[in-house]
Design a protein around this ligand. Sequence first.
Ligand code: AMP
Ligand code: ZN
Length: 493
Amino acid sequence: MQLYQSNQIKIYNSLTGKKEDFKPINEGHVGMYVCGPTVYSNVHLGNVRTFMSFDMVFRYLKHLGYKVRYVRNITDAGHLENDADVGEDKITKKARLEQIEPMEVVQRYTVDFHNILNTLNFLPPSIEPTATGHIIEQIELISKIIDNGFGYEVNGSVYFDVHKFNESNEYGKLSKRKLEDLIHNTRTLDGQSDKRNPQDFALWKKAEPQHIMRWPSPWSDGFPGWHLECTAMSTKYLGDQFDIHGGGMDLKFPHHECEIAQNEAAKGISPVNYWMHANMLELNGSRMSKSTGNTVNPNELLSGDNTFFSKAFAPGVIRFFNAQSSYRSVLDLTDDGLLASEKGFYRLMDGMNLLKGISASGTSTFDVSAWKQKCYDAMNDDFNSPILIAHLFEAVKYINQIKEEKASISVEDLALLKTTMHAFVFDVLGLENVIEVNSGSDKLAGAVDVLIKLRQEARANKDFAMSDKIRDELANCGIQLKDGKDGTTFSVN
Ligand code: AMP
Ligand code: ZN
């Protein structure tokens, strides 16, 4: 018997606006697609928040025993600067500005993305396909859409006919927009565009002579529209209809709306059963966004090298901070918030370390089975990680009471408490154990103490570059320094 058989998950489905019982298409199997990054710049913490929320979903589904095929793509072509299909391709533009090959841009930022996700203890997806690796599939889709009467070619570019599609289908059903309102709210075309209507979107763009990323097609040498790659890659690996599609809230329109339209136009099938949208990360009250420059990169937060925060934060603290709010809530990244999360994270880790050493005696003074069920109930309720964390702290309180001999636990309950805590803290939330190393207890601690003293000397001499260097280099080795009122301590990740 697998855990999923006794745990009915409810998922908030953006398509219906309701929490629904999750029933996968094939029992015991889940197909999940999440829109990945456009690799033209370093990922910021906003991007990371969305991916982290889906990492937690992936982890919980796996924990329940589902066989999950998790596909998260890399957008390495076709994402224009502007949603109205104008402007330069983001990757091409970066390549032009830096005078390097577009594929060098792609390589650099894909490596950066993977490094950050590794540092933050993400599980790799099952498949990580690229847009450039699926040009043939995208061309096939365009041909089908044209054959079915929903696409038209003008001057080597191909557009999706939203008005024609809306006669037989419902364009806007995911984002709850009506075509009439979209018409009302968009400016008319200025005569420069090849589109029949401003609401139409590009399936294929003819490349200008200077455009480097180009592929041959029946219509022109060009490149695919951004929305198309996700339709091609999700259905190639998960089937024409699959269970879960995720992404950030900002992708609902137009990106995901267009994905639905493309699939219905090509195959007559609505592709996704449960649409999940993660809410936005804000930085001091406004949305974190590359375009406004209101961003912090994960490395800046990990090293403390930024103008927003008072200190460096460990990877586990970032994960814990994220899990303390529901993936559907807006989350504001502030120094106070991170400092509070840091305290909570170390309290939880202290509890985990204590749990290793406690012994059972007599009967339990806490209902461990009922508590365990509450942990599952929280996650079954649309992955409600903040409620889960509240329950984990209930257990930490109990662990502390046992340690202080104010409470007791039976042999069976101790085993249950250990496996359940381990499962939720490490497997589901993806936190990594931080072993608090006692000062002077071994050679590593001795060596780090020497470095802490050198850093204190550097600070006393106002050599802040050197003191930061010592802290950052140690952080790179997985050793986090913590400055507190009683001096500097350290932890090893
Ligand atoms: P992009 O690389 O721009 O395609 O974005 C990658 C992912 O990050 C998408 O799922 C976006 O919705 C998501 N994203 C972008 N900004 C934020 C933010 N401030 N908070 C949360 N997710 C975001
Ligand atoms: Zn996508």
